[in-house]
Structures are given as C-alpha cells and as structure tokens.
Design a protein around this ligand. Sequence first.
Ligand SMILES: [Zn+2]
Length: 120
Amino acid sequence: MASDHSNTLTNLSSAHFHLVLHLLVPLTIAVVFYRKRWLVSYLVMLSAMLIDIDHLLADPIYDPNRCSIGFHPLHRMEAIILYLAALIPNKTRVLGIGLCTHIILDSIDCRVTGGVWSAS
Ligand SMILES: [Zn+2]
C-alpha cells in the first residue's frame, strides 16, 4: 500500500482523534453502565489498550497508514473471537467490553486512515 507523506497534518490529527476515542469511549461506557463502580470498570477497560503491545513486534511500530486489524497478532480474528467470548461470563465482561471497544475503534480508525471516510 502506498503511503502519503504529504498528508502529515491529517495523519497527526487522526492519531489524536484515535487516542481521544480510546480514552473517552470506555469512560462513557463505564459512567453510563457501571455508575457505582465506574472508576474500576474504566481502569479495566483501559487495560485493553495493552493489546497494542503487539505493535512492538511490527516494523515500524506505528504506521498511520497501516490497519491494525488483521495485521497484529492481538488484532486478528482468532483474538477477536476470544474478546467476544469474554463478554459472556460476568467476571470478564468489563474486560471484554474494553477489548471489543478497542477493536471497533481500531477498525473505525482503519477506515479513516484508509481514506474511506476522508471524502467528508
Ligand atoms: Zn489497537
């Protein structure tokens, strides 16, 4: 896939957008659905960010033009099935929500950086 370095400003703002969503979406879910223990739930959901550790295996570590989904080991279908399974037991549900939110946000990000939504 060809990378476009003339678009540095767009890449920068979409990286920020990505990070802000990764922080705000779990916070919203925690406050709305886990009002009484929102902080613990939020921290558990934030720990889902740790699956981005698999980026360290890739070269370069971060490429704004690359889609994480299906590329990194913890962002592949086999892993995603585990994340969905984590939604079922009560004990792992909050973590499962965090993991699935992470995957959903990453895939949205792919569409943005892939230019699918850049027409707007
Ligand atoms: Zn990710």
